[in-house]
Design a protein around this ligand. Structure first.
Ligand code: F6P
Length: 743
């Protein structure tokens, strides 16, 4: 309607202007026509009067002539008639003849011109006609017509011309607006299709959508332009931002309009454990928790997780919720309870005996059982129901975490079609051949493709994922953008390298470094100047703990001067202990540590101090601050946040990080000593280098690594995902599609 008004009004005004410009021309033209008519009429009247006038003149009845003229001029347009026998004679005229029209002045009206006389009675047309017959010239006849009707007609003409043009304007604009509306709709539909990529993606003979050939040339350019603009804005914004909890809150409230945030993970951030008559709050050894917890503190919202602690049920309210962090609550944990069968099938079985070894190249065979799969499906459904019940709006932002919930995105999407679902896969994604081992590979991928955004730590894992889709699914992959279109919906596959909070929580750095060094050595019966290495992991076969010990053994073999002068503290958090593979692994780790210790122990403190127990973050940071080196030797790891935590702990800019080339972190921290954990000699050389590295080199390397972790902290990780989600929401609003790009 607004468009129509914007178009019609100017058109009407323009045509009215044209009409006004035309009226004088029309006026002149009609005047000329009227004058010509009056000239002809006057000649006709003169011809008709000739004989009666001659008769009256011959009979000398001049007075009768005047009454004859008066009779004739009853015609409403014929104003007056006058007769002059000679230029000096008096005019014999009808009653209304103007007094100033004399016989002597008649010759003026015989000249060419418009013959218009403006008398006090109004405008008059004067025609002077010489009366001549067979008997010779009789005199002159002045015939005056009233011309006031001409100005009346001119007014009427003006009015008609104006009405005509206004009508014309209305009709033209109506037709134009209708055509414009129809074409605009068609054009907009076309452009929407272009923006959705349908023009480029249409498969002839398969898709029923009409081919929009006319849009093809601009489609790709337009898509590229939009992406460049989005990427440019994001890149500019990102580089100009300082990533803090406040930044994240601002994104949530500004870009996502205060969206409702729901996190789903298997592991909960706080576990309540009963110890006798006390309830202890534990923070689990989990990279996922390390990363997500500061995000939730910043954004509030609800974190749905498996309630696995022995006292978890005792502290929740009637809705199974508990506010955390305990010291200063800022968000809610919603706990879900799993039966023994569910836990065995879903967590130990499908997730950790199936998917975990499948995705990690650690040479442990994956085991897939249909009963585990059934539990995995059931538990995913249970969590989907919880998400729906926790959602306060129809379009929450749901952050789905990890391989425990591959089916969840699709299940949520079915219930909450407008939700923005950001799934993050914290572990590696293998190549298509490896992944196709999974008997439910297609269900897993279909589930994940319910996400709006699917994130991995590295581009390599994104590549593996889209290669797997190409191999196993009937989906379309855009290799330029890494957008996957499946079942009419879009999933953006993106790389988001995870990180840790920066700066670290103040209590983690509270204890002075010198005190940390002294206390850790004292607690472990080590002499004051004793060199110390540290490793902190879950007791998992992917972490390369055995390879690490073998590297230490090799170091001491090759460099016996370090026997008794170097020890390595391995903190190993017990994990997944119900799985045979993990039990064997723990036994193996203990055996190797004992063997190495017994080999070198006689010459001083043992080289390996193995601590298979849970450590709270403050204890872990104390070890990080006390150590001379940290060794991360994962055989395969999505990212590995221990490496980043060690860097964060060293505000003295000392300490050396030895890092496996098979961790995502090695791509971000090249200043670490990068090693292949399978190469014991290389690792031993790295250990020696670390033990003898000058302070200045330690400082230079540590400074660079600290700079990177500070800049690419976990707020940036989450912020980038939320910004991408916000761009996606805006983009979809623009093209009138749902949150996954579905129209
Ligand atoms: O590495 C993947 C991951 O999910 C981490 O995010 C987390 O640290 C760990 O695995 C989970 O271990 P758990 O089985 O003890 O929860």
């Amino acid at each position: 309607m607004r468009l129509a008004l914007r178009f019609v009004l100017p058109l009407v005004l323009a045509l009215t202007g044209v009409a006004y410009a035309l009226v004088p021309l029309v006026d002149q033209l009609t005047l000329r026509w009227f004058v010509r008519d009056l000239d002809m009429r006057s000649t006709l009247i003169a011809d008709t009067l000739y004989e009666p006038l001659q008769e009256r003149l011959e009979t000398g009845k001049e007075t009768k002539i005047e009454s004859f003229f008066n009779r004739i001029t009853r015609d409403e347009r014929l104003f007056a008639i006058g007769y002059c026998s000679a230029p000096d004679a008096a005019v014999l005229a009808s009653r209304l003849m103007p007094k100033d029209l004399l016989c002597s002045s008649l010759s003026r009206w015989e000249q060419p011109g418009d013959h218009l006389l403006l008398s006090s009675q109004g405008p008059l047309h004067v025609a002077v006609i010489t009366l001549s017959g067979e008997t010779g010239a009789l005199g002159k006849l002045a015939i005056l017509h009233d011309m006031s009707f001409i100005s009346r007609r001119s007014e009427e003409t003006k009015r008609y011309v104006l009405y005509l043009f206004m009508g014309l304007a209305a009709v033209i604009s109506l037709i134009t607006v209708i055509i414009a509306q129809l074409s605009w709709r068609g054009w907009m539909t076309g452009m929407r299709n272009v923006l959705r990529g349908e023009v480029l993606s249409r498969r002839p003979g398969i898709d029923s959508r009409p081919e929009l050939r006319e849009f093809k040339p601009i489609a790709r350019d337009l898509q590229i332009l939009i992406r460049e603009l989005e990427a440019d804005t994001r890149a500019r914004d990102e580089s100009q931002m300082t990533w803090t909890p406040e930044t994240l809150r601002a994104i949530l409230h500004g870009e996502l309009r205060g969206g409702d945030i729901i996190v789903v993970s298997n592991r909960e951030p706080y576990i309540h454990q009963r110890r006798g008559d006390r309830i202890e709050v534990q923070r689990p050894a989990s990279g996922l928790v390390t990363a997500m917890e500061p995000i939730m503190r910043a954004c509030s919202g609800t974190w749905i997780a498996h309630g696995s602690g022995s006292a978890d049920r005792e502290v929740v309210d009637m809705n199974d919720r508990v506010a955390v962090p305990p010291e200063k609550p800022s968000y809610q944990i919603r706990r879900l309870w799993l039966s023994r069968e569910e836990e065995i099938g879903y967590y130990y079985g499908f997730a950790n005996e199936g998917i975990w070894p499948l995705c990690h190249i650690a040479h442990v065979r994956p085991t897939f059982r249909s009963r585990d799969w059934a539990q995995y499906v059931a538990v995913n459904k249970k969590f989907a129901r919880a998400v729906v019940s926790e959602a306060k709006t129809p379009n929450p932002v749901v952050l789905v975490q990890d391989y425990h919930f591959a089916l969840l995105p699709k299940m949520i999407r079915e219930e909450l079609p407008d939700a923005t679902i950001i799934t993050f896969w914290h572990i590696p994604w293998p190549n298509p051949e490896s992944f196709s081992i999974c008997p439910w590979a297609q269900d897993v991928i279909t589930g994940l493709l319910g996400s709006s955004i699917l994130g991995f730590h590295t581009q390599f894992h994104c590549n593996n994922f889209v290669d797997t889709i190409d191999r196993l699914m009937e989906a379309r992959v855009d290799r330029e953008t890494f957008d996957v279109s499946f079942g009419g919906k879009l999933t953006a596959v993106r790389r988001y390298p995870i990180s840790i909070a920066w700066p670290p929580e103040p209590d983690l750095l509270l204890k002075d470094l010198t005190m940390c060094r002294a206390d850790v050595r004292r607690i472990n019966d080590l002499p004051a100047g004793h060199k110390l290495g540290v490793g902190v992991d879950r007791l998992d076969y992917t972490k390369g703990i055995i390879e690490r010990f073998q590297a230490i053994e090799r170091l001491l073999e090759l460099n016996p001067q370090w026997i008794g002068h170097f020890s390595f503290v391995q903190i190993a958090a017990p994990t997944r202990a119900e799985i045979d593979e993990y039990q064997h692994h723990e036994a193996h780790v203990r055996t190797v540590a004992m063997r190495i210790n017994s080999r070198f122990e006689r010459q001083g403190p043992p080289p390996i101090l193995l601590k298979v127990e849970h450590h709270e973050p403050t204890d872990v940071y104390e070890y990080f601050r006390a150590a001379d080196l940290c060794f991360v030797s994962s055989l395969h790891d999505g990212m590995n946040l221990v490496a980043k935590e060690f860097v964060a702990a060293r505000d003295d800019e000392r300490g050396v990080l030895i890092l496996s080339q098979f961790t995502g972190a090695s791509r971000e921290l090249p200043e670490a000593l990068i090693v292949n954990p399978y190469d014991a000699d290389q690792c031993a050389a790295a250990l020696l280098l670390a033990l003898t590295m000058p302070d200045s080199e330690q400082r230079d390397r540590m400074r660079l690594m600290r700079g990177l972790v500070a800049e690419f902290n976990v707020f940036r990780w989450a912020g980038r995902m939320l910004l991408d989600a916000a761009v996606m929401r805006r983009h979809n609003r623009l093209i009138g599609a749902g949150p996954t790009g579905a129209a």
